[in-house]
Design a protein around this ligand. Structure first.
Ligand code: FRU
Length: 514
């Protein structure tokens, strides 16, 4: 019988970390900042994907992330790290993990953080190996690993080794992304699996000592036959409006097909709400719903702190070559969002209130209507702003109306609009100078459509747009690459009047990672 953890170093970790730092520094030297975020987390150089190891520990907020330090495309995965005392201003910490063990030699893949009974911070992640040592042609061998923080700032992580091997005869290569929490005195670890017959599942293990894990049961078996893998599973309780506990299961599904407004991205991250008893499968009470309807959203992870359930997602570029890849960096996180169940019994996600502290100048505009087929300039040059726009639905007759952002002198822009005909809010990049030109839409409910107003909060960073509709009932996150020159904000109304209840602009300051 194997005794866990299995620890098999093949490279000097400290040396690998130093090489990775040098790799990022090199890219940082040549980085171009035209689309580099001011108030979103990104690496100072290189490629990033999923948020990892999210936690609040000994007074600091920590965001680790998947990092390829040697290029702006996906590659051998490391863990980058930033931290903050207040979620407003952030510090760049040293790269936390690099491939160095036999089990993680081709990648330190995604994972999560958890505080043990002694108050120590521990990390579970996936060790990744290509079967042929080079690429995916012959499949991959993925196992679950443990590492511990050894200082109060969680800067230095010590790898402990493998704690769960892969039963390879039951699995089609994909076996990854552990998430750990304690439930009724027992530790649970869940991760995503592609079964031997190519179905997406989430498996649940239990443990008393956080090292020896016993397979418990299949927590969730995706009914969608197109879905072959559930990446980055997450699972947490939330109280509903009656004070009853519901469980929310979150995963990033590979393989789903686009239908109508659903699943338009290459892979799609979403959730289901239901109930759960330890030892049993999750019982969904809803269908699969998207967490974010934008063109660039994937691999979210949540954590609990101060009684809040907070979630970061990765703004995945999906279709490469993404314009930022020629600028020395690629990828950013969404804003941190608090998750809660609304009066409508659905999941809402809103920026945490700390984000309001990034506002520096505030401009309240007189709420004047925009006449049919007119446009009005709101801000001549908005590099990093939050815009609050409340549309008066009773008096608006426009077919489509809203905000043109990143509007440059060459006529290109990204359009954030209320589409009255389609009953949606859209982020439309048809007029974008660069990058993907598709649009994405969030469908409004009958209740939202018959309300007096529609509330939009639009965060425009140097290379992205994040739109929160009706206090986080829907969100759309998309990259948007403005062309040269000043970046204006305009209000626009098509074929009818846009009536405005409120229009406020806030300049946003940097979170300190540029
Ligand atoms: C999701 C994902 C994870 C994996 C990581 C590798 O984007 O594919 O499943 O752990 O990224 O970088």
């Amino acid at each position: 019988m194997t005794t866990y953890p299995v620890y098999s170093p093949i490279r000097n970790h400290a040396e690998e970390l130093a090489k990775a730092e040098a790799g990022v520094d090199q890219l940082d030297l040549e980085r171009v900042d035209r689309w580099y975020p001011k108030f979103h987390i990104a690496s100072n150089g290189g490629w990033i994907n999923d948020p990892n190891g999210l936690c609040r520990y000994k007074g600091r907020w920590h965001v680790y992330y998947q990092l390829h330090p040697y290029g702006t495309q996906w590659g051998p995965m490391h863990w980058g790290h930033v931290s903050s005392a207040d979620m407003v201003s952030w510090r760049r910490d040293p790269i936390a993990m690099a491939p160095s063990l036999e089990e993680d030699k081709d990648g330190v893949f995604s994972g999560s953080a958890v505080v043990d009974d002694q108050g120590k911070l521990r990390f579970y992640y996936t060790g990744h190996r290509w079967n042929n040592g080079r690429n995916d042609a012959d499949g991959q061998w993925q196992v679950q690993m443990l590492a511990d923080a050894i200082d109060d700032d969680a800067i230095k992580l010590e790898k402990r080794g493998m704690v769960i091997d892969c039963p390879r005869e039951k699995v089609d290569s994909h076996f990854r992304d552990p998430k750990v929490w304690k439930q009724d005195g027992v530790w649970h670890l869940i991760h995503g699996v592609s079964t031997a017959d190519h179905r997406g599942q989430i498996w649940d293990y239990t443990s008393k000592d956080m090292v020896n894990w016993t397979f418990q049961n299949v927590l969730f078996d995706d009914p969608n036959p197109d879905v072959f893998m559930l990446e980055c599973p997450d699972f947490f309780p939330l109280k509903d409006k009656n004070g009853d506990t519901k469980w929310v299961i979150v995963f990033s599904a590979m393989g789903s097909k686009a239908k109508g407004y659903m699943n338009r991205n290459e892979n799609n991250a979403g959730y289901m709400i239901g109930t759960w008893k330890p030892g049993e499968a999750f019982k969904p009470e809803t269908e699969f719903r998207l967490l974010d309807c934008g063109a660039n959203y994937y691999a979210p992870q949540s954590f609990e702190a101060d009684g809040r359930r907070i979630m970061y997602g990765w703004m995945s570029p999906f279709s490469e070559n993404a314009p930022m890849q020629s600028d020395g960096w690629c990828g950013q996180m969404t804003l941190p969002r608090e998750c809660y169940l609304g009066e409508d019994d659905d999941l809402h996600t809103v920026p945490v209130p700390e984000i309001d502290k990034l506002r520096i100048n505030t401009f309240e505009h007189v709420a004047r209507p925009i006449e049919a087929n007119e446009e009005t300039l709101i801000d001549e040059d908005a590099e990093a702003v939050e815009i609050e726009l409340n549309i008066d639905l009773k008096d608006t007759t426009a077919e489509r109306a809203g905000l043109k952002v990143h509007a440059t002198p060459d006529g290109s822009c990204t359009y954030v609009a209320y589409d009255a005909q389609a009953a949606t809010v859209v982020v439309d990049r048809l007029a974008a100078a660069r990058g993907d030109r598709g649009y994405r839409a969030a469908r409004l409910t009958d209740e939202e459509l018959s309300a007096d107003e529609l509330k939009l909060r639009v965060y425009v960073d140097r290379g992205s747009v994040e739109v929160y509709v009706n206090d986080g009932r829907h969100v759309l996150s998309s990259y948007s690459y403005p062309s040269e020159g000043k970046r204006a904000v305009k209000l626009s109304a098509e074929s009818g009047v846009l009536a405005v209840n409120k229009l406020t602009l806030h300049d946003m300051k940097s979170i300190g990672l540029e």
